[in-house]
Unconditional design. Structure first.
Length: 91
């Protein structure tokens, strides 16, 4: 399966980096790298994440990566990474 990032998901990564970088630039870069790489395992196991029924009939799911939630949608043979954020954020 092909994995594509939406503009909002890319913006979420940039926002996370901008939030963490003033405290520790290296940690910010590592966090962003880890989160950007996490969806790659979905190409082999696309339905590993919990299905979010409130989005039916779309197949929107979520995975947790450390303390971050990544939401994605399976559409045909493509996985769209929709959003990501820290689980302590009010979303």
């Amino acid at each position: 399966m092909d994995i594509r990032w939406t503009g909002k998901a890319i913006s979420d990564l940039a926002r996370l980096h901008d939030f963490l970088a003033p405290v520790n630039r290296r940690a910010a870069a590592e966090a962003v790298r880890g989160l950007a790489a996490a969806p790659s395992r979905l190409s082999q196991h696309p339905r590993i994440g919990e299905r979010l029924e409130e989005f039916d009939p779309r197949e929107v799911r979520r995975i947790l990566v450390g303390k971050y939630e990544i939401r994605y949608e399976i559409s045909g043979s493509t996985i769209y990474v929709l959003r990501l954020w820290h689980t302590r954020e009010d979303r």
